[in-house]
Design a protein around this ligand. Structure first.
Ligand code: PRP
Length: 214
């Protein structure tokens, strides 16, 4: 049986990913081992799980350090890595939006400043609209930017809407909907095709039977 390495995103999506992989029999239930470990070996199924920063998942998969990865569509669109996106896993649903302070939506002139962790997505969005904006790249806590005068608006993901609400911000426009995707290294798809297809088949079955809700 080919050994398979799966890159999982630490945080929000990791636990759900383990749950999904375990529920359809791809791995045994090893949730208890997650804690702070970055590498988990499932001996019974000859599977390695590596836990990496969500935005690093496509990098591990593109370079073949992982055969498979679970990663948000938002990250895939931002990074445009060279790997196959094979399955919408249906969980981890969120929206990429433009947001800003309440009641100020139409107050901004052109050339507004846009703070974001997703500069490529923001740039492409405003380019399509034909609007000139200044993109300011941040690495987190993006909601702070309009509050302290760093930007007029933000482009960011919204899941429950709590962070926006707690910071007096609201959605101005939706850009796209995102969810977790299964991605595959291009060479592994050929060299380990039997095992990878089996994993995809099992995950697909679980998704189609509506086993997992977002
Ligand atoms: C993400 C996102 C928002 C928040 C949205 O940040 O960038 O800030 O979650 O979630 P909500 O709609 O459920 O409130 P994350 O938690 O990844 O932290 P970060 O700002 O440090 O990147």
């Amino acid at each position: 049986m080919d050994s398979i390495t799966v890159a999982l995103p630490k945080g929000r999506l990791a636990e759900k990913s383990f749950e999904v992989f375990a529920s359809c029999g791809i791995t045994t239930n090893i949730q208890n081992e997650i804690s702070r470990k970055l590498f988990i070996y499932d001996h019974e199924n000859n599977l390695n799980f590596i836990l990496v920063k969500p935005s690093d998942v496509p990098t591990y998969v593109e370079h073949g350090a992982a055969d498979l990865g679970v990663c948000g569509k938002d990250v895939l669109l931002e990074l445009k890595r060279d790997c196959y996106e094979v399955l919408d896993l249906g969980f981890g649903r969120c929206k990429m939006v433009v947001a800003g302070p309440l009641n100020k939506k139409d107050n901004f002139l052109s050339n507004k400043r846009v703070a974001t962790k997703f500069p490529a997505i923001a740039e492409e969005f405003y380019k399509k609209k034909g609007e000139n904006v200044e993109i300011i790249k941040l690495n987190g806590s993006v909601e702070l930017a309009p509050l302290v005068g760093l930007s007029e608006v933000i482009v960011d993901i919204v899941e429950t809407g709590t962070t926006l609400k707690e910071n007096g911000l609201t959605v101005y426009e939706e850009i796209f909907s995102s969810s977790a995707r299964l991605i595959v290294n291009k060479a592994s798809m050929k060299t380990k095709s039997e095992r990878i297809k089996e994993i995809i088949y099992k995950l697909k079955g679980a998704i189609e039977s509506d086993m997992f809700k977002a």
